[in-house]
Design a protein around this ligand. Sequence first.
Ligand SMILES: [Zn+2]
Length: 357
Amino acid sequence: MRAAGLVAIVAIGLVFGCDRAQAPAPPATEPREAVPEPAVAAEVAALTPPAPPEVPGGGPDPLTLDPSYSTSIGGPNEGSLTGGVPLPLSGPGYRFTPRKKPERRHGTVELVAALVRAAVHVHTTSPTGDPPAILTFGDIGMPQGGEIAGHGSHRAGRDADVMFYLLHEDGTPAEGKAIPLDPEGKGTDYKDLADPADDVAFAIDVPRTWAFVAALLADDTVQIQQIYIVEHLRTMLLEHGKRVKAEALILSRFADVTCQPRFPHDDHMHIRAFCTAQDIAGGCNDVAPIYPWQRALLESQGAAPVAPGKRKTPKVKLTSVDEAREKAGPMDAAVSEFLDRRKAWAKSPHPGRKWCK
Ligand SMILES: [Zn+2]
């Protein structure tokens, strides 16, 4: 419990992570199926397309699916999902977090495939580390969307939590973890909060994290509405993008869609995709902001955005920082110092930008 203590504290309230135990499976019953005549069976087989290949964790390979396979219905805070596709549990340069139940990794084909493509792009284009850099994905959504413990959104297959690429202290790549990062991009996995001897230092891997978000924003198959990220890491990534002379459109899109909401997002990014035209036909709606370029894109496809005027936020039980801190039990001075320092960047929202109120 103590190892998870800091995560609980830093998650300011999104801490009711103890999921209910899965209900036992009902007794297996074999469905009765009519046995087709051999000639008919051959005809049916000829008409049935081959099943797409399975990936780690089961399910079809999201990269092989047509976007119409899935439909996001309703909004991120109260919606649902049909044809939800699971992010593979692992792939080249990425994994789904081993800390969460695998059922929590379902999203629309567009979003899941774009996340995989961006992670594979980083894996194949950045210098190989030994061991290699691993991007860790957190919660996406449940197989049919809807309520997911610990979140107000993540209900319509269009939200995903993505941890930052991290480096060890010696500069070698590390597996991504939810480590809160300070204004220098540094953080510590405190493990046992009361034992300073087991602490491990990490820093954000800016080039790989930038390469990931840039690839995602350049992917025409998904339209990213927002990336929630703490202000100081946003600044770091944006400056890196300018330094490496990233395409002007990608830089401006990143600047426009990034935002620090109430919850500071210093240990992961929350990425949200817009409804596609096909989703909208199936009942999908967005929440503000709808950018002019998204309106123009939908218009070119004969659709228009549907955005309810008032955002519906379900009531999710939240824990205050102080409550979580108390619950975490004894902690050494370094942990307390970090939590005190963290208050400075946990303020919100950061005003002053066009789309980030
Ligand atoms: Zn999230």
